[in-house]
Design a protein around this ligand. Structure first.
Ligand code: GCU
Length: 654
């Protein structure tokens, strides 16, 4: 009986160990015994909470990677905090020296990032002596935006309820908050907005400020500053004022007092994120004022203590201008009018986090304004957590896009923000492979030039297995996954054809919603003669918002054909096929890629623990079914509007 109890306990604990909770921080033992072993970790410099974390993190990670202990040839690891030279906050170097391997930085966070970087390299199986790094983050601010509500619901969250335990805060800070901060620090994330952009004013009440303070205190040693989404009408909602007009002295005084209250609770409070006059949210335009009036009023309240991040995601029901144009129309003329501590946050594309969009034309077009690039890590339009889509290629595509004005999108921004995909799920992100998107976001916010392939390989090696046979199969599978989604959901530049409201599954036929721009038919404009949204000079001319050379390039890009053009079904593509011939091929290609992903993954069972292998396999089966659903429903609909017979091989079952 004893033996039986032990067996069942052991099984349970083995299963627990591989439920995905440890993310990419598993530090699986390095097999190669001949490897030079790291020895003791030595701190050089005045100890601070962050430096102690760096040391402890490294000691613990090394003990996990080299469970045999420091026997044989060992090398001490020095964590050296030095004064100067001038490096960006968070920068570090790693190099072998006579005394051992030294991680050197002139900031505490630099040492912490260096510690994680060393573990990352070792975790991929690299030899200690060969590790040399000289790194500095490309941006000062690398932040997650949580869309979490105070009632625990997460807008567009597919990983359970809010990761923040609002109910028990501030009395109890769950240990998970430390794990969360640690995961973020390991990839260089240094700011988090803890609540939804569709903000409740509740978050600014003293009882919620106390909760925020408890979180901020937990995050601080990990180099993470806390920010809040602020509801613009808060002075009215909770302040007892009759107005929230940004030019009203009482309103200005209210925000100043609120900012002071926040800073006395959280001395390093990062600032406010604001969604104003968009999708029904209150804002300065309610009082005839501009976005700049609103942002600058809050910026004055914050002063030099932090920033105001003002979102450019605006479009209005009463405006019949092409939705893709509205943000540019409203914001571009305000260039130069924002205070120096205002950052304007722009989504990667002009509509809304579609599987593929051209980059947003505001990038490069507001040279006198600090811009933030907003990416969406949670996959609102890419199959939620059920579909496997590795987003690094999508992020890379936008970062690398040449604006034709002042370099690439990456060159034109000073902040990177990602809408978080974390929740209370045991595996954090709702699926194992969605952890890779959190990881990829952090890595690219640190270094926008990192290739997707390297990110995929780093992540998979640390998360599952560093065996080259595994990596050679899983990395290409990840890299192909986003294009597969584009193929089976929105090929050739289609967009926003998802089910209304929830955005899951195909619904290109929906045409009866009150707000025209929420109807899929608004975006595809398919009829008997053709399909696509004419955004050239004969249509909405959204194309003219881009630099002329870029507009030309975008127009020639067949991947965006139906985004910019309305074309006849018999339009000839560069490969000689007509659009009507090509569409089914694209859908089929997406379906086939997903099927192949399933086969690839099935073959990888020897490298992955059973629990996680099974979970991924199940999700890939769901995805395979739903890719076919997308294809079949879309083709049936296009066939019905065009009056053309379904392509051969796609006929409806008798
Ligand atoms: C999308 C999303 C909303 C969100 C909005 C935003 O429209 O569906 O849930 O509030 O983006 O980014 O503000």
């Amino acid at each position: 009986a004893l033996l039986l109890i032990c067996v069942s306990l052991c099984t349970v604990s083995a299963a627990r160990a591989e439920d995905g909770y440890r993310l990419w921080l598993r530090n699986a033992p390095v097999a190669d015994a001949a490897q030079q072993r790291p020895g003791q970790v030595v701190l050089v410099g005045i100890e601070s909470p962050t430096m102690i974390l760096a040391r402890d993190e490294l000691s613990r990670g090394l003990a996990e990677l080299f469970p045999g202990g420091a026997t044989g040839r060992t090398t001490p690891i020095l964590l050296r905090r030095v004064i100067g030279p001038q490096m960006r906050e968070g920068a570090f170097t790693i190099a072998s020296m006579d005394q051992g391997v030294a991680i050197t930085a002139n900031s505490d966070t630099g040492l912490l990032y260096g510690a994680f970087a060393l573990l990352r390299e070792l975790g991929q199986g690299k030899a200690l002596a060969s590790i040399r790094l000289d790194e500095a983050p490309a941006y000062d601010l690398r932040m997650l935006n949580h869309w979490d509500n105070p009632d625990g619901h997460v807008e567009r969250g597919y990983a359970g309820r809010s990761i923040f335990d609002w109910w028990h805060l501030p009395g109890h800070v769950d240990a998970r908050m430390t794990d969360y901060a640690r995961a973020n620090a390991s990839i260089g994330i240094n700011g988090v907005v803890i609540n939804n952009v569709n903000a409740r004013a509740t978050m600014l009440e003293p009882r919620y400020i106390a909760k925020a303070k408890a979180l901020a205190d937990t995050f601080r040693p990990w180099g993470i500053r806390l920010y809040l989404s602020a509801r613009f009408s808060a002075p009215r909602d909770i302040g007892g004022l009759k107005t929230a007009d940004p030019l009203d002295p009482a309103v200005r005084a209210w925000w100043k007092a609120k900012a002071d209250e926040l800073y006395s609770a959280i001395p390093d409070f990062g600032g406010f994120l604001v969604k104003a006059n968009s999708e029904g949210q209150p804002g300065p335009q309610d009082y005839g004022r501009s976005h700049a009036n609103g942002a600058n009023m809050l910026a004055e309240a914050i002063g030099n203590r932090g920033v105001v991040i003002w979102r450019a995601f605006v479009y209005a029901a009463e405006n019949d201008e092409d939705r893709a144009k509205q943000a540019f129309t409203e914001f571009q003329p305000l260039d130069g009018k924002f205070a120096s501590n205002v950052v304007v946050q722009v989504k990667n594309g002009p509509i809304d986090f579609q599987p593929r969009e051209p980059f947003h034309p505001l990038f490069g077009a507001m040279p006198k304004t600090r811009l933030s690039l907003e990416l969406q890590i949670t996959k609102e339009y890419l199959g939620f957590a059920s579909h496997l889509a590795f987003l690094a290629p999508l992020f890379e595509e936008v970062l690398d896009a040449d604006t034709g004005r002042s370099g690439t999108v990456a060159d034109t921004v000073s902040v990177i923000a990602g809408v978080a995909n974390t929740g209370s799920d045991r595996n954090w992100t709702g699926s194992h492979f969605d952890q890779a998107n959190w990881y990829a976001f952090g890595r690219l916010a640190w270094n926008p030039k990192l290739p997707s392939k390297q990110i995929a390989s780093e992540w998979a090696a640390q998360t599952f297995s560093r065996d080259p046979a595994f990596l050679n199969a899983v990395v290409p599978m990840m890299l192909a996954s986003r294009d597969a989604v584009v193929d089976y959901m929105t090929p050739l530049g289609l967009a926003h054809v998802m089910g209304t409201g929830h955005h899951y599954g195909p619904a290109p036929w929906v045409a009866d919603l009150d707000r025209p721009e929420w109807n899929p038919v608004y975006y595809h404009r398919a009829d008997r003669d053709g399909i696509g949204f004419d955004r050239t000079a004969t249509g909405s001319d959204a194309l003219a918002q881009y630099a002329p050379a870029v507009a030309k390039r975008l127009l020639a890009d067949e991947a965006l054909l139906l985004w910019f053009c309305h074309v006849p079904w018999d339009h000839r593509l560069t490969n000689g096929s007509t659009l009507w011939e090509e569409l089914p091929r694209r859908y089929d290609r997406g379906v086939a890629t997903v099927a192949r992903m399933g086969t690839t993954w099935a073959g990888l069972a020897p490298y992955v623990d059973q629990q996680r292998h099974r979970a991924v396999a199940d999700f890939l089966t769901i995805q395979a079914d739903e890719a076919r659903w997308w294809r079949d429903a879309s083709l049936a609909y296009w066939s019905s509007v065009s009056g053309r017979a379904l392509p051969a091989g796609h006929e409806a079952p008798a």
